[in-house]
Design a protein around this ligand. Structure first.
Ligand code: SF4
Ligand code: SF4
Length: 416
């Protein structure tokens, strides 16, 4: 239950409006943070029904990017408010199955079931890889089969699946002169589609003198479930990750996906009302670091292999707004010899990826992707750097033939 006084922290100054992607796209008050907070407050005070179509639509249209939270001088914890609003909508839907399902609800539910069960996830990814490589996937989309099955949204977001997955195992990877131990969180879909990023992260952590563990007990961070309002699912996943970390003997949790990092840093909040877990969750969250924070704080040897490229850094919402990290990735990129960092307009504006946003809100997601792609083309960059796997997947096709690569991939390539 959210503290009702949090709504009153909003003094309606409007200073957050120009940071909000959906407001700047629509110039509509209800599509901005101030309007959404008013709607949530009206529901909390019983003046508006949760079933009001405009309310349901606005809770869905919000990206959860938290740009408004970072811009707000009154300290409105917007992320907590939207999470609670979505959780309430979800509970209401569960209690009353006769209500109309939310947009993309069926696909989302399928996805959430898969990501919390590694064996399902890996089997589904292998099937998807076979379909992608044989051409069956493209044909099924072209003839409308996936649309008919109600899977078009998930199909639109499906990443290319790698041949070999980076699956958690209990081996300890040892640094030559160990100064500590890092627990590398491998995410869920990223285990099957972003293995090069994880391998780059491992290479850099070892270079930084940290042993690396990737315990098999780890699970999806729970961000997708939390964004869908399914907080009990998210809490169960959080408990599994906390237990895995406690048993691992690691000093720090290293995360190479900004969305997962923001979620794991929020476990203390997520489990604050659970007496058995609150202290453990808080202790866990205090150990979570984005990979760029860890590497920027270490004395890495100077990279030696040059990268002759103009690189623009796209700042992921869940790194810059939710975790307030902006300098560390840029500092790491600047150490690569030959690199030219070029500015990117609206670098901190959401690209429309926002987890599984495109399943429920395909039009707004596409508008924001195109806005970002235009800014990227104007930047004159030949490579786009990011620090979030979701943003990379969202932008990849829109900016082709330009490449989008993770900061750790670019940095790892600069070492022999
Ligand atoms: S959320 Fe913050 S910045 Fe936005 S209108 Fe309210 S007080 Fe002002
Ligand atoms: S979280 Fe992002 S999309 Fe939602 S109101 Fe805030 S700035 Fe706008």
């Amino acid at each position: 239950m959210i503290d009702a006084s949090l709504y009153d922290r909003c003094v309606r100054c409007g200073l957050c409006l120009t940071s909000c992607p959906t407001y700047t796209e629509t110039m509509t008050e209800t599509s901005g943070p101030r309007g959404r907070i008013s709607l949530m407050k009206a529901v909390a005070e019983g003046e508006l029904s949760e079933d009001a179509p405009g309310y349901v639509a606005q809770m869905s249209e919000c990206l959860g990017c938290r740009a408004c939270e970072a811009a707000c001088p009154s300290g409105v914890p917007y992320g907590e408010l939207i999470e609670a609003a979505r959780a309430s909508l979800h509970e209401r839907a569960v209690a009353n199955p006769a209500r109309p399902p939310k947009r993309g609800g069926r696909e989302l539910s399928l996805l959430l079931n898969a990501v919390e069960r590694p064996s399902w996830l890996h089997a589904g990814a292998r099937l998807l890889r076979f379909a992608q490589r044989s051409g069956a996937f493209a044909i099924a989309r072209r003839i409308g089969l996936l649309r008919a099955l109600g899977l078009e949204g998930a199909a639109r977001m499906a990443p290319p699946i790698d041949a070999h997955f980076e699956i958690p195992d209990d081996a300890v990877l040892r640094a030559s002169a160990s100064r500590g131990r890092a627990f590398l969180h491998l995410g869920c879909i990223a285990q099957c589609s972003s293995t090069g990023i994880h391998r780059a992260a491992i290479k850099l952590l070892l270079l930084a003198g940290l042993d690396v563990v990737r315990p098999s007990e780890q699970r999806c961070c729970g961000a997708l479930a939390a964004h869908a309002g399914e907080l009990e699912r998210a809490r169960a996943l959080a408990r599994a990750n906390i237990t895995a970390f406690e048993r691992s003997g690691a000093d720090v949790v290293a995360i190479d996906a900004a969305g997962c990092g923001a979620q794991c840093k929020g476990y203390g909040h997520l489990l604050a009302d659970d007496p058995a877990w609150a202290a453990r969750a808080k202790a866990f969250s205090e150990r979570v670091r984005d990979i760029s924070e860890i590497l920027a704080a270490c004395e890495l040897p100077a990279p030696s292999i040059p990268l002759a490229a103009r690189v623009a850094y796209q700042e992921p919402c869940h790194l810059v707004h939710a975790q307030r990290i902006t300098n560390a990735p840029k500092r790491l990129l600047a150490t690569i010899p030959g690199i030219e960092l070029v500015p990117l307009e609206e670098a901190t504006l959401c690209c429309g990826g926002a987890g599984v946003y495109a399943i429920g809100e395909p039009e707004m997601s596409a508008r924001l992707r195109e806005r970002k792609a235009d800014a990227i083309r104007r930047s004159g960059a030949s490579v786009i750097a990011s620090a979030n796997i979701g943003c990379m997947l969202q932008l990849r096709d829109a900016i082709a033939p330009l490449q989008v690569r993770h900061v750790v991939e670019l940095l790892a390539d600069a070492y022999a």
